[in-house]
Design a protein around this ligand. Structure first.
Ligand SMILES: Cc1cc2nc3c(=O)[nH]c(=O)nc-3n(C[C@H](O)[C@H](O)[C@H](O)COP(=O)(O)O)c2cc1C
Length: 194
């Protein structure tokens, strides 16, 4: 799939079909995730694959009762092993570890779309409850839960117009650059939504 199309189709999906996800495809998701960039190439991300009905239900309850999550056949939990990053960046490790895991998460959900899967990035959860459910050691933080599965849901995209988000040379400089906007003139018809 063309990358621009994958990006625009990667919308958050919360209803899943009763169809399993092959382990081969889960492996492709993790492969994409671990190719993300990371500060100092520390690669602090760790992944937990959850398929058990019982554990999925516990995770959904610990995620502020987002019970729809348990319908996804697979949950992938992105964790950060903070032992090395703490010694490399004693002051900034928290920020960097989170940003590295966010980059991995984005790679993962893009690859999901590319494989015809749907996903949702979930961050509203009780960290303490998830740590207990997943048995993570003290040096490991839970950064994201990603629901993965097949879906017939076709969510609508709700992005602001790029023209309203972009400035030239300095923040809030509203001067329009006519050679850039409207953006649609630079894009093929199939992806020119902005
Ligand atoms: C860091 C982060 C945390 C999120 N946490 C949740 C969450 O806990 N539950 C949920 O349903 N969606 C969550 N989302 C998904 C957002 O709600 C979603 O991306 C946003 O509403 C835009 O929807 P769209 O991507 O489908 O257009 C999260 C997204 C991000 C990036």
């Amino acid at each position: 799939m063309d990358l621009s199309i994958s990006i625009k189709k990667t919308l958050q999906v919360k209803t899943y079909l009763d169809k399993d996800v092959r382990h081969k495809d889960v492996a492709k998701l993790l492969d994409a995730a671990h190719f993300a960039p990371s500060s100092g190439n520390i690669q602090n991300w760790r992944f937990i694959i959850v398929r058990s009905k019982e554990t999925k239900e516990k995770i959904a309850r610990a995620s502020l009762d987002q019970l729809w999550m348990q319908e996804a056949p697979v949950l992938i939990i992105v964790c950060s092993d903070n032992s090395n990053i703490k010694s490399l960046y004693p002051k900034k490790w928290k920020k960097y570890s989170r940003e590295n895991c966010a980059a991995a998460t984005q790679n993962l959900i893009l690859q999901a779309t590319n494989l015809g899967l749907s996903s949702c990035w979930v961050r509203s959860f009780s960290t303490l409850r998830l740590k207990n459910i997943l048995n993570t050691p003290d040096n490991v933080s839970v950064e994201a839960v990603i629901t993965i599965g097949y879906s017939s849901e076709r969510p609508k995209e709700t992005r602001h117009k790029l023209e309203e988000l972009t400035f030239f040379e300095a923040y809030d400089a509203r001067r329009r650059n006519v050679s850039v906007f409207p953006l649609a003139k630079h894009l093929p018809k199939s992806i020119s939504q902005n």
